[in-house]
Every structure is written in structure tokens, then in C-alpha cells.
Design a protein around this ligand. Structure first.
Ligand code: SF4
Ligand code: SF4
Length: 139
């Protein structure tokens, strides 16, 4: 069964301002999470606040072994984070390559979730999408 990731509509980052401009950036930043220490240096330098903390695996101590992830839908490709990271664990990729790299380098994500998981908790979202898809196809 193929798993498709979609933006998590319940993450607080979804309330932040969306990226402006019609063209997507040429470059996007991807965190190699296996090398991320959660030091948060990159967060401080992001001009569009598109880097989010991922809590560590122990829910009783979420700040232990935390990592970051980058919201690809808001990253503007400025390269600040890739230059600032003391562990050199953020790489800039060409826009389309970034999504493949994200899939390879992301261990834990809260910004993007599997469609089947989302469908379980919020089936109405998918019903609405299917309805609008049918409408646009028939238009
Ligand atoms: S490249 Fe720039 S906009 Fe994108 S996550 Fe890094 S600091 Fe933020
Ligand atoms: S600066 Fe590097 S190591 Fe620190 S939180 Fe960001 S990606 Fe992780």
C-alpha cells in the first residue's frame, strides 16, 4: 500500500503566514534528522519562521532528543539555516529534488502526515476534497 504524505492541518505551523509569491523557490532546505541535535540554532536564523521542533520519542520528556523539521511549504530557500547549522546537517536541494530528499532524510515529522492516518481522524476533509475534485473534472 502506498503512503502519501500531506500537510498536517492540525499543526500550529499551519496558522503561520503562507509563503508569498507565485513561483516556488529554486532551492529548499532539508534536515538530515539523523544528524540533528535539536540545538535550535537554525530556528533563530530563519526569516520566515519555517523550522519547527519535533519532540523527542519520550512523551514524558519531549525536549530530550528533539530534532527539527522544515516546513517545505513555507521555506523560501534563503540558505541561512544550511550555513548556520553547526553540525552541517541541513542541505539545500533543487525544488523538486527536495521532496525526495525529505522522504529519505526525515525520521519523524509532525508537519506532514500519512493520508490514511489523517483520513481516520478527519474523514470530512477527504470527502470535501473528493467532491471538489469531481466538480473541477466535470467543469
Ligand atoms: S532556507 Fe531559509 S527559509 Fe528555508 S528553512 Fe532555511 S532559513 Fe528558513
Ligand atoms: S542547527 Fe542543525 S543541529 Fe541544530 S537544530 Fe538546526 S538542523 Fe538541528
Amino acid at each position: 500500500m502506498s503512503k502519501v504524505k500531506v500537510e498536517n492541518p492540525f499543526h500550529p505551523a499551519r496558522f503561520k503566514p503562507k509563503r508569498k509569491g507565485k513561483k516556488p523557490p529554486k532551492l529548499l532546505a532539508v534536515v538530515h534528522q539523523s544528524g540533528c541535535t535539536g540545538c535550535e540554532v537554525c530556528i533563530a536564523g530563519c526569516p520566515v519562521d519555517s523550522i519547527e521542533l519535533v519532540p523527542g520519542p519520550d512523551p514524558r520528556n519531549p525536549t530530550f532528543q528533539q530534532m527539527v523539521e522544515i516546513d517545505l511549504s513555507r521555506c523560501i530557500g534563503c540558505q541561512n539555516c544550511s550555513q548556520d547549522c553547526p553540525w552541517e546537517t541541513i542541505t539545500m536541494y533543487n525544488h523538486n529534488d527536495a521532496f525526495v530528499a525529505w522522504g529519505n532524510e526525515t525520521l519523524t515529522s509532525q508537519l506532514y502526515v500519512d493520508t490514511d492516518e489523517l483520513q481516520k481522524v478527519e474523514p470530512e476533509l477527504f470527502e470535501a476534497k473528493e467532491d471538489s475534485g469531481e466538480e473541477s473534472e466535470s467543469a
